[in-house]
Write a protein that binds this ligand. Structure first.
Ligand code: NAD
Length: 505
């Protein structure tokens, strides 16, 4: 936390009722470049009055936005997707500066969000009700998918472009208004995306942004004028948000932490499988909720460990802005200390440190939060490195004898975000997809994040709430189904006598 902002460092603005405004708070936090420790901006922790003002603006704007024609709503997102494309390089540079991931991966972050914006532009085909004609004589039943009102989104640091874009475009396209609370660690690219959304034509009050930490999140959970909350972040905070917002009567979806197991069978295509593993374990410095952080080697696949270690060792650890970087810094000094502490715990608990990525040399970026690719073998459930989400470039390796044992291991882990199997056997892959109790399954694909025509899923401790972000599920999440049963009397009213039964006649 820092003192009131000085003139030299820019401040991150709130968006309330169409105006980008300076917060009146006394609490600010530095937004820091994780490769250099340069302070890029200061982000406010909004006051309770500012949260109220954002919600009030959204509530007022809902009165007209909910009645805005669906084609008009869709065209805002057609313009928006074009603006995001035109600003892709600028957005990626901003994202890399504050988050640390490599420039190509930052473009990927924006692009995966852009795909949801494109999907939102197709809202006219998504928000369709159903109709049954003549459910009784002269009676039709049909459904309306009506927007809920003010919705809110709370986002994590690791995808500061994609995850906000999972939320507000689909909510707003459905006719809702929105209050977004971005991660306080890297809010700048999110705000640039919000500026572009306003430029694309989102009317004043329809999208609002407040910044902050637990107090702002709690205010969102408690606010009686907010109807739905979408949260993405850690399991601890997500569980708190789910309980608190549900208790306050809101619809809630929480996408949370993970421990994604990748299972390699001995018949897998070795070279592409090991390349996929190195990319999926260490890309984005392991700070992806779908990172393949836990490798399960079946039978003789355990002989591939030295080659995997060699591939990991060859990855270039450097600033995300440097050409050829594979692994950038982790988000903060605190994250680096936490990851290094878990590596120490792994050693103390008896796992074998096959590759130690601590304290890598990164010339020109000596102050950066770097941890290089790290691999533990001989890992067992019960060790902290297995039981906790490390969320850094650390791959843990377990060995089992057969596919049944691998499936049992994955299913006994509490998390259910993503998993993958590598094999050339269709029968083995089919058994895995059928028996595995995890929301998102990859077959010879390490990070199976679905495109927006599907919904992001997840199960067990990785998700609370029935419906996932984007895809068809999110239209259900952001709308209330209303069923209308209608009869229009014809001229012969004498044909309609008194009916005292439950049946429609
Ligand atoms: P986080 O839970 O620390 O923060 C998420 C949001 O909650 C932020 O906006 C933050 O300001 C707020 N917050 C933090 N502490 C809070 C508290 N005590 N009370 C109320 N609000 C609080 O998560 P993070 O570190 O930003 O992101 C990493 C986590 O997110 C990892 O666990 C990762 O697996 C998870 N994640 C999950 C998915 C998914 O789809 N399942 C996607 C991305 C990230």
């Amino acid at each position: 936390m820092s003192a009131n902002p000085s003139v030299a460092v820019p401040t991150v603005k709130l968006l309330i009722n169409g105006e980008f405004v300076e917060s009146r708070t006394k609490e600010w936090r530095d937004v820091v470049n994780p490769a250099t420790q340069e302070v890029l901006a200061r982000v406010p922790f909004a006051t309770a009055a500012e949260v109220d003002a954002a919600v009030a603006a959204a509530k007022e704007a809902f009165k007209t936005w909910r009645k805005t024609p669906i084609g008009t709503r869709a065209r805002v997102f057609l313009r928006y997707q074009q603006l995001i494309r035109e600003h892709m390089k600028e957005l990626a540079a901003l994202l890399t500066a504050e988050q640390g991931k490599t420039l190509p991966d930052a473009e990927g972050d924006v692009f995966r969000g852009l795909e949801v914006v494109e999907h939102a532009a197709g809202i006219a085909n998504l928000q369709l009700g159903e109709l049954a004609n003549n459910v009784a004589t002269g009676v039709d039943t049909y459904t309306l998918l009506q927007p809920l009102g003010v919705c809110a989104g709370i986002t994590p640091f690791n995808f500061p472009a994609m995850i906000p874009l999972w939320m507000f475009p689909m909510a707003i396209a459905c006719g809702n208004t929105f209050v977004l609370k971005p991660s306080e660690q890297d809010p700048m690219v999110t705000m640039r995306l919000v500026e572009l959304a306003v430029e694309a034509g989102i009317p004043k009050g329809v999208l609002n942004v407040v910044h902050g930490g637990p107090d702002v999140v709690n205010a969102i959970c408690d606010h009686t004028d907010i109807k739905a909350v979408s949260f993405v972040g850690s399991t601890k905070v997500g569980t708190h948000v789910y309980n608190r917002a549900s208790l306050a009567g809101k619809r809630v979806q929480c996408m949370m932490g993970a421990k994604n197991h990748a299972v390699i069978l001995p018949d897998a295509a070795k070279e592409p499988t090991l390349n996929a593993m190195a990319g999926a374990a260490f890309g984005a410095a392991g700070q992806r909720c779908m990172a393949a952080s836990t490798l399960v080697l079946v039978g003789t696949a355990r002989e591939w460990i030295p080659e995997l270690v060699a591939k990991a060792r060859a990855l270039k650890v450097h600033a995300g802005t440097e050409a050829g970087t594979d692994v950038g810094p982790v988000i903060s000094c605190a994250a680096r200390s936490r990851i290094e502490g878990l590596i120490e715990a792994g050693v103390a608990e008896g796992a074998t440190l096959a590759l130690d990525g601590r304290n890598p040399q990164v010339p020109g970026y000596e102050k950066g939060n770097f941890v290089g690719p790290t691999i533990f073998t001989g890992v067992k459930p019960g060790m902290r490195i297995y039981d906790e989400e490390i969320f850094g470039p650390v791959l843990i390796v377990l060995e089992v004898e057969d596919l049944d044992a691998a499936i049992a291991l994955v299913n006994s882990n509490p998390n259910g975000n993503g998993t993958a199997v590598f094999t050339q056997s269709g029968a083995a892959a089919r058994k895995f997809q059928d028996e595995i109790d995890v929301g998102q399954v990859g077959i010879n694909l390490p990070i199976p994040v679905p495109l927006p025509m599907f919904s992001f899923t997840g199960s067990r401790a990785s998700k609370l709430g029935d419906l996932g972000p984007y895809g068809k599920q999110v239209v259900t999440f952001y709308t209330q189904t209303k069923t209308v049963t209608a009869r229009w009397f014809d001229d012969d009213v004498s044909a309609h006598g008194i009916n005292t039964t439950i049946s429609l006649k």
